[in-house]
Design a protein around this ligand. Sequence first.
Ligand SMILES: [Zn+2]
Length: 137
Amino acid sequence: MTSHSDEGISEWVASLEKRLGDFLRGDLFLITKTPEREWWAQVIENVSVTAPLITNLVLRAERSPEGCLEASVARSKRISVGGRQVYAYQLIYWAGNAIIPNSEDVVRHKCHNRRCINPQHLTHGTQMENINDTRDR
Ligand SMILES: [Zn+2]
C-alpha cells in the first residue's frame, strides 16, 4: 500500500532483502574489524532471518499522527537477534540499511520519539550529538 504519508517506507521494505544481500565486507571492514562490527556483519548477512524480522517490525508498528511508526510496547524494548539484545530501532537502522556502526556511532531519532522505528526518521551520529538532541528537545 502506498499512501501520501508513506514517506517511502514501502520502497524501503521492498528493497530490504536486496540491500542486505548486496552487503560486502570491504577492505575497510577488514581493517577496522571488532567483535561488535563482526556481529553486525553476521546479522546483515543472515538475510533469511534478519529481513523478515525487520519487515515484521515495520509493518506491525502503529503509525502516529506525526508519521512515526511506534513498535508495540513489548517490541520497542530490546529484541533478541543473533544471540544479543538490541533495540528495534538499532536493528532497523544498522542492519536494515546494511550499515556497520563504529563504536562511537549511535542511532538518532530525527523525530525525537525514541519509540519510533520509522526508517525515514532514523539517522546516525555520535554519542555527543545524541546528548545535544536530548538537551535541545
Ligand atoms: Zn518518528
